[in-house]
Design a protein around this ligand. Sequence first.
Ligand SMILES: [Fe+2]
Ligand SMILES: [Fe+2]
Length: 267
Amino acid sequence: MKEVLGSVVVILLVAGLCFLADYNETSKKKTKEIIMDKWGIWKEQMMWRKFLTADNPVLKAMMTLPPGQGISALQQYCSLVHMIVVYLGFGVEQIPVRTVADELRRNIAEEQGSRTNGIPHREILGRLFREEFKAETFAPWSLTTRRFHMALFSKFQHEQNPRFIAGMIYALEATACAELQVVAEIINCFAGYTAIDLKSSAEPTTLSGFFAMHINDFEVGHESKLREALEDYISEDWRMFTEGFSFVLDHMESWWDGLASEVYQNL
Ligand SMILES: [Fe+2]
Ligand SMILES: [Fe+2]
């Protein structure tokens, strides 16, 4: 009788362990599915922000102005083209995941010219802009630009939670395609003609090509490769990631509102 009881206990124990292991696997799978849904939700929420759409306040202002006005807004936006490698560098240092750091390093190298004959993207943009409009893309930061970069810089410097930092970096990359499409429209308003045709060949030898290459290639890779690298890491605490993501979107939104006010102030 004792032996039978012993066997029953062993069988129950094994069954219990199998159930727990299975439960663990299922719950892991479920968390992954939730996170996968989350990427879609984050993207959708991102596109509710007016500054990433045709309702961008600077674009709306430019549409009411004659060509040749509003260069300051473009110059201020280009500060982000300069600063992006600095922010990605914070990510490399502060996110303790090898695959993420590797992807951010690859991204930085690309910005520094790894696929454009060693010429950094900011330099290409500056040269093409000068050639097309006889104007400089980079300028001292305005008050609203200073507020934007100081807010990001100080958060990168002092934030202790690396998943919050991951959310910030992801926001910078996830917004890039939509934001560049808006900037292309702003440039067309400034030019008074279709200076940027996004259907043009994706070679960064013209301003059109530079934007097309970013929207169809560079930025698509930055977002998707970063998402893949982050997937497992943020599934352990996606709330902090969401907070970092929203933090950047909120500051970008205020920045674009401020830039629109400055367009009118500078007339
Ligand atoms: Fe770039
Ligand atoms: Fe990027």
